[in-house]
Structures are given as structure tokens and as C-alpha cells.
Design a protein around this ligand. Sequence first.
Ligand SMILES: O=C(CO)[C@@H](O)[C@H](O)COP(=O)(O)O
Ligand SMILES: [Co+2]
Length: 219
Amino acid sequence: MAVRITPSILNADFADLTGELGRISGADLVHVDVMDNHFVPNLTVGLPVVERIVAASPVPVDAHLMIEDPDRWARGYAEAGCASVTFHAEASVAPIRLAREIRDAGARAAVAVRPTTDITPYLDYLEELDMLLVMTVEPGFGGQRFLESTVTKIAAAREAIDASGRDIWLQVDGGISRDTIAIAARAGADTFVAGSAVYGAEDPNAEVSALRELAAAAR
Ligand SMILES: O=C(CO)[C@@H](O)[C@H](O)COP(=O)(O)O
Ligand SMILES: [Co+2]
């Protein structure tokens, strides 16, 4: 099974995004954290910046929307050329309709859950989704510690995905590093966000390769 490493640019130098994107050219996708200071207590970038990242990035863009009212805004990120658009289950009032809109606009549709949110209801709608994102920290900030309490949820999602026989990616996000990636991989994750681990490394591309090898060995 394929392993994908999707570095988060949250810990990159926002004054030199083009240069920072070039340092992860060996990644599978780049993970862009969109925060609105309402759904989470932090503020990052919005659609105009994401459009520029799509144009400048050597790899496809994976947008993680930590915003209120994704039912209104998510479609725009798909239309902007993001390869995948993830919205939070806790924020959407009509997740199935929204996933269909994202797909209609040409992107992979994904739903994310906070560490304490039950993922079970979404496992009944896997045919509507291309990826599940299990948050392994509380969303809002990079550099937090991986929450081992999320491992059973990752395993439950893996079981449901395998039973569905569909090509649905299982992403984890938060606290992923050389020390923790094997835990998440063994539980069943195949797509790994890593922010501080990648951009804190001297050679981000080399760190991407190291993480990919560790995940592949653990699966
Ligand atoms: O969505 C988020 C945080 O809310 C993440 O994408 C973080 O940016 C990952 O950073 P690290 O935990 O890997 O430092
Ligand atoms: Co994220």
C-alpha cells in the first residue's frame, strides 16, 4: 500500500513561500492549513494565498480547512485547483452535499475529525469521500505532541476503508515525526502530515524521504 508524506507549511517561512515549497519538491502533496480564528484560535491564509500556492507549488496542494461554514467556502478551494480539500465534520452542516460539491469541482473530498470527535458516522458514507483525516492533535497549532488516544480511531477507520474496497486515503495530522510515524502507520494511516518535523529539519526533502521509509517499514 502506498505511503504519502504531505508536509504542512505552517512551520515554513511565510515570507518566502516559493522557496519553501521548493524545499519539499519530493513530497507527495503539500498540506496547507487554512485557519479562520473562529473554528480554531489561530489565523493563517485564505483563498487568494492558496491560489498563489497552487500556482507556485511543485507538488499538488492538500487544503485543510479549519474554518467555520466550510459549506460556503470549501468549493472555492477545489475550484482554485487544490488536489484535495478537507473540511471539518464539526463545522459542516451538510457534509455529504459538501463532499459532492468538492468532487464536482475537481478535487478529492475529505472529512476531518478532531481527536475527540467520533468518526463512526462518516464510515457509513465512504463512497462519498476520497480521504479521512484523523487529527492527532487539537487543531490550531503546529509543534504539538501526538495524542496516542487517537490510535483506536485510526484503526477503526482503516478497518472500514479496507472493508469498503475503495481507494480512500487515511491521513493523520499533528505531532508526526520520526518518533511517532510508525505508531500511526501501524494503526493503519497511509498519508502523513508533518509540519515542524519537516521544516525544522536542515534538509526538508531528506526528512520527507526518511519519514516515508519509516512509515513504509512499519506498515
Ligand atoms: O492542522 C494542523 C494543526 O492544526 C497541522 O497540519 C499542523 O500544522 C501540523 O504540524 P506539526 O504537528 O507536524 O508540527
Ligand atoms: Co493540518
